[in-house]
Design a protein around this ligand. Structure first.
Ligand code: UD1
Ligand code: CA
Length: 464
C-alpha cells in the first residue's frame, strides 16, 4: 500500500482577518485553527507531516511542540503552489501520496480524508481533489467541467468570468497527489494571473494536460470545507462547532439546560447524567465526572472534577482538581494548583491557590487559602486569611487534620498548625502551633457604658 504524507499550508498572514496574529493561530474552540487540521491529519497515521509556516512562524511552532512534524519556512508567500513546492526537500525521495490540507479549513473530517484516499487508490489517480457544492460560492476557486461532466480545471474567483462565478461547485483546497507528479507539476506552474501568485490548483490543469488520471470527491457536508478568511466566518464556525459539540454531549447523556449559552471546547470530557446550567464555559482539558451539577455562569479551564460534584452559581476554576462529592460556590475562585478532596465544601467568596485540602474539610465564607496544605475534617472559619506573601517571597501554610480555625483569623506563613489545633476567633498567628493546642491572642475586651449617647450629644450641631 502506498505511503501517505501530509502537507499543511499555514504560512499566510490572512490579510482579511485584519490581525497581527497569523490567521492559523486564531483560536477556534480554544485551539489554534491549524491544530484542528493537524489533529485530524494525525489520526490517519501518516508517514510524514510537513507544515509550511511563514507569518508568525515562531508562534505557530510554539503552539505544537512535538517533534513528529517537520516545519518548513516559506519566506515569501508567493502562493499556495509555491508553498507546497517549499516542502519538496522535506519529502526527499518519498514516492507515496501527499495529502495537502489548508491550515484555515479546520472542520475537515477524518471520514472525508479517508474517502479521498480510498477513491484515489481505486482510480489509481495521480491527483484527487475535494470539491463542495455551495449555494454561496463566493471567495472560493470554481470547478470547471466539460459538458459531459469531466473535470476541465479550476479557476480562482479573481480570474473567473461572470459566467464562471455562477458555478456553485468549488475547490475545497484539499488534495491528494502522488509526490513525484506533484513536485514536477508545481515546477511548471506560472504566476501569470490576477494575483501574481503560484496557484496550487494549476497543478490540476497540468495533470489534465499531461493525461494523468485526476479524480474528484464531493464532500457530503459542505460545512466541513468552510475556510476561515474573516472574523465573521470565524464566529460562524465557532457557532457551528459549538452546536456540534453540544449535540454530542447531549447524545452521550449530559443535560444542557440552555445549549445556546453552553460553550464546551473540543477536548472537554463530561460524564453522563451531569446537568449543566446556562452560561457555562468548559475549556481546555476540563474533565467532569458523572451526576455532577453545574448551576450556571461557570468558567472552568483545565479543571478535573470527580463524580457528584455540585458547582454552584458563578464559579471560576483553573487548573484545579476537585474530588467526588465536593460542593463549590456560589462565587468561588479556584486558582491553579487547587486540589480538593472528597466532600470538601468551598463556599462564597473563597479563593484558593496551590491549595491541597483534605476530605470533608470546609471553608464556607470569605476566605483566602493560598499556598496551603490542609488536612481532613478541618473547618476554616469565615474571614480567615492565609498571609502567604511578604512582598518578596511566597510561603506555605500547613494545617493538620480536624483543625478548627475561628472566624477572622490570620495565619502568617510560613506556619504549621498540628492536628486538632483550635484557633480562637480573631487570632493572628505567626508561630507553629503543636497538635491539640488552643491558640489565641491576649486582648482585653473593654466596654464603656453610655458611650454612644455621649458621642451623639457631642456631635450635635456639627453640620453634616
Ligand atoms: C484557496 C484556493 C481556492 C480554494 C480555497 C479553499 C489557491 C490559489 N486557491 O484559496 O481554489 O477554493 O483555497 O479554501 O490555492 N498559504 C501559504 N502560502 C502562501 C499562500 C497561502 O502557506 O503563499 C496558505 C494559507 O496560510 C492558507 C492556505 O494556504 O492556510 C490557503 O490560502 P488562502 O490564501 O486562504 O487561499 P484561498 O484564497 O482561500
Ligand atoms: Ca482560505
Amino acid at each position: 500500500m502506498n505511503e501517505v504524507g501530509v502537507i499543511i499550508l499555514a504560512a499566510g498572514l490572512g490579510r482579511r482577518m485584519k490581525s497581527s496574529l497569523p490567521k492559523v493561530m486564531h483560536p477556534l474552540s480554544g485551539k489554534p485553527l491549524f491544530l484542528h487540521v493537524l489533529t485530524t491529519a494525525r489520526r490517519l497515521k501518516p508517514d510524514k507531516v510537513t507544515i509550511i509556516i511563514g507569518h508568525g512562524a515562531e508562534a505557530v511552532k510554539q503552539a505544537y511542540r512535538n517533534d513528529d512534524v517537520k516545519w518548513v519556512v516559506q519566506e515569501q508567500q508567493l502562493g499556495t503552489g509555491h508553498a507546497v513546492l517549499c516542502a519538496r526537500n522535506s519529502f526527499g525521495e518519498f514516492a507515496g501520496d501527499i495529502l495537502i490540507l489548508s491550515g484555515d479549513v479546520p472542520l475537515i473530517s477524518e471520514r472525508t480524508l479517508n474517502a479521498i484516499i480510498h477513491l484515489h487508490r481505486k482510480r489509481n489517480a495521480s491527483l484527487t481533489l475535494l470539491t463542495a457544492l455551495l449555494t454561496e460560492p463566493r471567495g472560493y476557486g470554481r470547478v470547471l467541467r466539460h459538458a459531459d461532466g469531466a473535470l476541465a480545471g479550476i479557476v480562482e474567483e479573481q480570474d473567473a468570468t461572470d459566467a464562471q462565478q455562477e458555478i456553485e461547485e468549488v475547490n475545497a483546497g484539499i488534495y491528494l497527489a502522488s509526490a513525484p507528479f506533484l513536485f514536477s507539476a508545481l515546477g511548471k506552474v506560472k504566476n501569470h494571473n490576477e494575483q501574481g501568485e503560484y496557484y496550487l490548483p494549476d497543478a490540476v490543469a497540468i495533470a489534465l494536460k499531461q493525461g494523468e488520471r485526476v479524480a474528484t470527491v464531493k464532500v457530503d457536508d459542505p460545512r466541513e470545507v468552510m475556510g476561515i478568511n474573516t472574523r465573521e466566518e470565524l464566529a460562524q464556525m465557532e457557532k457551528t462547532l459549538q452546536e456540534r459539540i453540544n449535540r454530542k454531549w447531549m447524545d452521550n447523556g449530559v443535560t444542557l439546560r440552555d445549549p445556546n449559552t453552553t460553550y464546551i471546547e473540543n477536548d472537554v470530557v463530561i460524564g453522563k447524567d451531569t446537568v449543566i446550567g446556562p452560561n457555562t464555559h468548559l475549556r481546555g482539558n476540563t474533565v467532569i465526572g458523572e451526576r455532577c451539577q453545574i448551576d450556571g455562569s461557570a468558567y472552568l479551564t483545565d479543571a478535573q472534577i470527580g463524580d457528584e460534584v455540585h458547582v454552584k452559581f458563578s464559579v471560576v476554576m483553573t487548573s484545579s482538581r476537585v474530588a467526588a462529592g465536593a460542593i463549590i460556590g456560589p462565587f468561588a475562585h479556584l486558582r491553579p494548583g487547587s486540589s480538593l478532596g472528597a466532600n470538601v465544601h468551598i463556599g462564597n467568596f473563597v479563593e484558593t491557590k496551590e491549595a491541597t485540602i483534605g476530605e470533608n474539610t470546609k471553608a464556607s465564607h470569605l476566605t483566602y487559602l493560598g499556598d496551603v496544605t490542609i488536612g481532613r475534617d478541618a473547618n476554616i472559619g469565615a474571614g480567615t486569611i492565609v498571609c502567604n506573601y511578604d512582598g518578596f517571597k511566597k510561603y506555605r501554610t500547613k494545617i493538620g487534620d480536624r483543625v478548627q480555625v475561628g472566624s477572622d483569623s490570620t495565619l502568617v506563613a510560613p506556619i504549621s498548625l498540628g492536628d486538632d489545633v483550635y484557633v480562637a476567633t480573631a487570632t493572628t498567628l505567626r508561630h507553629d502551633i503543636p497538635a491539640g493546642a488552643l491558640a489565641f491572642n491576649e486582648r482585653q475586651e473593654r466596654v464603656r457604658e453610655g458611650w454612644t449617647e455621649q458621642k451623639r450629644a457631642k456631635m450635635k450641631g456639627i453640620k453634616k
